[in-house]
Design a protein around this ligand. Structure first.
Ligand code: AGP
Length: 614
């Protein structure tokens, strides 16, 4: 996610833009920039770093224009640096653009523009788009609105853009598909932003562009909205904003964690965007494909990570060993780095890290690199330290995760690991084409199944009310959902401070069952796949000792329903995908219990979002 801001009116644009960017930093914060439009030309300042760094860099720059656009970046293409930061300018220096989204077909467009003599200075997809707009404007002699429209009809991907022409200080053209864009309607002024937070104190009237719409915003005229595909005029309604600033930043949710839990259908979709092509039976992952021979020859894959990312690695072990038949070991990075591990040159070490900055994981990777292993990264932050030292990698594209408790990053990690396991399985010949196609198709339906799993919120909230005062809790799962049990326990303990432990369900008889009594809630993942009958037996053992059973089951389950005190139904799916779906109610449970206990959900005590020290 990135944040875009724009202004056209009678006020000074700079303070509105810079303050607006600060309010949008939760959407991305690795680089920032703005451009002001004057009759004598454009004044652009941009930098790697946060908006405060941009303010420093703008000292002494001419800042008295009343039209401009700004951007705070969450990198998807091109590492965070000055050149890749937005705005981007077209070759002839007239057009500037800010963009939130991903242009999937930017390479093909770039090749076409190269052949027309265009040059590129950044690694971004956005610079390609602004030059495509210039191409249409110059070659077809179009006005800015039509040039933008023509260009957007060629684009595949997601975008919210704002474009200005140095030849015209009275107009900004915007468009959206898949990324949000709001237009604030003032007396004789207009505001543009990814959400209303940058302009909520100036006006409560806003137009929200729908997907596939664009608008021409001209000084002194009504906003003209049209369909990108056929130029048909649209007459959008003007909404009166009800939310306050803080609510807008959280998308109307009470906490960032709840917003991020609910973003998971989109974040999982974005993680698969441009990678999973189920109809063609293709998984595109350059990081894997470019090193396929190495992966096929690998004697072992070692996954190093911490916390939730370590739980994702455990699921990855089940996925890769089952689908690709490559031995996998999952290591706590903090242990791995100090135990003088044996690493062979045919080993592949995969680091999983949302932040890409976790000190133990970074150190474990550096050790593996020193010992000659090929190292691969699965990170959520583009250009992070771990991403920069790996030989190859895959970004999770989950967008900024603000809540300390990892939720959407975890399911995005699982999605990447699933894609990797499927791709390796197919190319190693372990997966029949039929099974590969079937799993690829089912994976493409997971975002909608996550949407359904989110509908368990109300029943989960009722269950949370019952168990919010528990002093201990157990989480049990088998197979793929043993790691899910560990993750559910971590979520509960780290934000509600209830002591919770996760175990393989079969481990109960080796000690933990001594803990069972009427005060012990036991959360069991009991989907109708894997060793279902054995999980049912474990539930019966617990019931016979007065344990309280809350079971996550496959919708329609009857057997567990008769045994458990509460059941939470999730959609039917293959075992390989069940950790993604089963995690959703467990995330919601930890959230609601923490809120009911009055805990600071987004910033739990003693914790940091990124543990950059040992
Ligand atoms: C998970 O909810 C925690 N915030 C924590 O365990 C986290 O997963 C761990 O610190 C690893 O962080 P990383 O993914 O950024 O490396």
């Amino acid at each position: 996610m990135c944040g875009i801001v724009g202004y056209i009116g009678s006020r000074e644009a700079y303070p509105i833009i810079i303050n607006g960017l600060k309010r949008l930093e939760y959407r991305g914060y690795d680089s920032a920039g703005f451009v002001l439009n004057y009759p004598e030309g454009l004044e652009m300042v941009k930098t790697k770093g946060k908006v405060v760094d941009l303010e420093d860099k703008a000292q002494g720059v001419k800042l008295h224009a009343n039209i401009g656009v700004g951007h705070t970046r969450w990198a998807t293409h091109g590492v965070p640096n000055d050149i890749n930061s937005h705005p981007h300018m077209s070759n002839n220096g007239n057009l500037v653009i800010v963009h939130n989204g991903i242009i999937e077909n930017y390479e093909a467009i770039k090749i076409k523009l190269y052949s027309e003599g265009y040059v590129f200075h950044s690694e971004t997809d956005t610079e390609v788009l602004v030059n495509l707009i210039e191409y249409f404007k110059e070659k077809e002699n179009l006005n800015l609105t039509d040039a933008v429209r023509y260009a957007l009809t060629e684009v595949i991907g997601a975008f919210a853009i704002a474009v200005m022409d140095s030849q015209n200080t009275d107009e900004i053209v915007v468009g959206r598909l898949g990324s949000p864009l709001a237009i604030g309607i003032g007396e004789d002024e207009f505001f543009i932003a990814s959400d209303a937070s940058p302009f909520v104190e100036f006006t409560k009237d806003a137009i929200y562009l729908e997907d596939g719409e664009m608008a021409t915003i001209k000084r002194g005229e009504k906003v003209k909205v049209r369909k990108i595909v056929d130029n048909k005029e649209v007459h959008p309604s003007i909404h009166e904003l009800q939310l306050d600033l803080e609510q807008i930043e959280k998308g109307g949710y009470e906490h960032f964690m709840l917003k991020e839990i609910n973003e998971q259908p989109k974040s999982i979709h974005d993680t698969m965007r441009g990678r999973l092509l189920p109809d063609e039976g293709i998984i595109k992952m350059a990081g894997i494909w470019d090193h396929m021979e190495r992966f096929k020859k690998a004697k072992r894959i070692i996954i190093v990570a911490c916390g939730t990312s370590w739980h994702a690695g455990l699921v990855g072990e089940y996925l890769i060993e089952e689908l690709a038949r490559i031995p996998v070991e999952v290591e706590y990075a903090s242990e791995f780095r100090y135990r003088n591990p044996i690493i062979n040159k045919n080993d592949i070490v995969i680091a999983i890290s949302q932040s890409g900055e976790t000190a133990d994981t970074l150190a474990a990777l550096k050790l593996a690199k020193e010992k000659g292993a090929f190292i691969y990264g699965i990170c959520n932050v583009v250009g992070s330290s771990i991403a920069r030292i790996t030989d190859a990698g895959s970004y999770t594209h989950a967008g900024p995760e603000i809540g300390v408790a990892s939720t959407k990053a975890f399911t995005a990690q699982l999605t990447i690991l699933t894609l990797i396991a499927l791709k390796l399985g197919k190319h190693k010949g372990n997966l029949s084409n039929e099974r590969f196609m079937s799993l690829c198709y089912e994976l493409s339906t997971i975002p909608s199944k996550v949407e359904k799993a989110l509908n368990t919120n109300d029943i989960v909230k009722k269950i949370s009310e019952i168990y919010k005062d528990a002093e201990n809790a157990l989480y049990l799962g088998r197979g793929y959902n043993f790691p899910t049990a560990l993750e559910g326990a971590l979520k509960l303990k780290e934000i509600s401070y209830i002591h919770a432990e996760g175990y393989p369900a079969a481990e109960m008889k080796h000690g933990p069952i001594a803990l069972i009594d009427e005060n012990m809630p036991v959360f069991v993942i009991a989907i109708n796949k894997g060793h279902y009958e054995k999980v049912v037996s474990n539930i019966q053992e617990i019931k016979s000792r007065s344990g309280q059973i809350i079971a996550v089951v496959t919708e329609g389950d009857k057997q567990v329903r008769d045994l458990a005190d509460h059941v939470i139904e999730i959609p039917e799916c293959s075992e390989e995908f069940s950790p993604i779906l089963a995690s959703i109610p467990l995330q919601l449970l930890s959230y609601h219990v923490a809120v009911m206990r009055g805990c600071n959900v987004d910033q739990p005590r003693n914790l940091a979002k990124s543990v950059t020290v040992e």
